[in-house]
Ligand binder design. Structure first.
Ligand SMILES: Nc1nc2c(ncn2[C@@H]2O[C@H](COP(=O)(O)OP(=O)(O)OP(=O)(O)O)[C@@H](O)[C@H]2O)c(=O)[nH]1
Ligand SMILES: [Mg+2]
Length: 201
């Protein structure tokens, strides 16, 4: 997809401030600091649109970006950051659950895990959530630029086994490896939505 326009629309830290559903949405979800914002920026070829940081737990809200006036990318707040208070964790749960459970315009969730590590129990729990809510999702194993070709193969085999899915795309926000395949999946989910007549347009 040629990106002619990508812009920040809104940041929602409470369920009340989530924008009303309009365009089809693609959500990016994963552990804190896994590389969600970097993935989003590299897919769009826009540096610094979604804020990235080496400090985990930075993105505490859902951030909405409008792409080509056609769809939204939604950068979800990360989970699993140990230094977050219990109250913040509960707030995170309510916010993300409310969004995932009720968002009729959500066409695809991209669950991001670190290719260097075995998917964690929290990653598995998030996958169960996505299944529970009946959402279409795929897994991206990111940061593969930090692995050798052999390690990449082993990482993919492990992720398929642990997460019990073949719908996995290895990715790097540094080299953009995997970007074409991921765009193909995003396009396919938009087309599916249009075909079902629920495009929201
Ligand atoms: N080498 C490499 N580094 C990456 C990649 N993706 C992200 N990073 C680095 O990982 C760190 C975290 O990236 P972010 O994109 O901010 O991660 P996030 O998941 O959005 O983090 P939070 O919003 O805090 O949950 C940054 O230092 C990035 O530069 C990648 O594909 N390769
Ligand atoms: Mg982020």
């Amino acid at each position: 997809m040629k990106i002619s326009n990508a812009k920040f629309i809104a940041s929602a830290a409470t369920t009340a401030s989530i924008p009303r559903p309009s365009l089809p949405e693609i959500a990016f979800i994963g552990r804190s600091n896994v590389g969600k914002s970097s993935l989003l920026n590299s897919l769009l070829g826009v540096k610094g649109l979604a804020r990235t940081s080496s400090t985990p737990g930075r993105t505490q809200a859902l951030n909405f970006f409008e792409i080509n006036g056609e769809l939204f990318f939604v950068d979800l707040p990360g989970y699993g950051y140990a230094k977050v208070s219990k109250a913040d964790r509960e707030h995170w749960g309510k916010l993300v659950e409310k969004y995932l459970a009720q968002r009729e315009t959500l066409v695809l969730c991209i669950l991001i895990v670190d290719a260097r590590h075995e998917p964690s129990p929290l990653d598995l729990q998030m996958k169960s959530w996505l299944e529970h809510f009946g959402l279409s999702f795929l897994v991206v194993t990111t940061k593969i630029d930090k692995l050798s070709a052999n390690e990449q193969r082993a990482s993919l085999t492990r992720a398929k086994k642990v997460l019990a899915t073949d719908r996995i795309i290895p990715y790097s926000a540094v080299t953009r490896a995997g970007a074409k395949q991921l765009w193909d999946e995003i396009r396919a989910s938009l087309t599916l939505r249009q075909a079902s007549g629920l495009g929201g347009q």
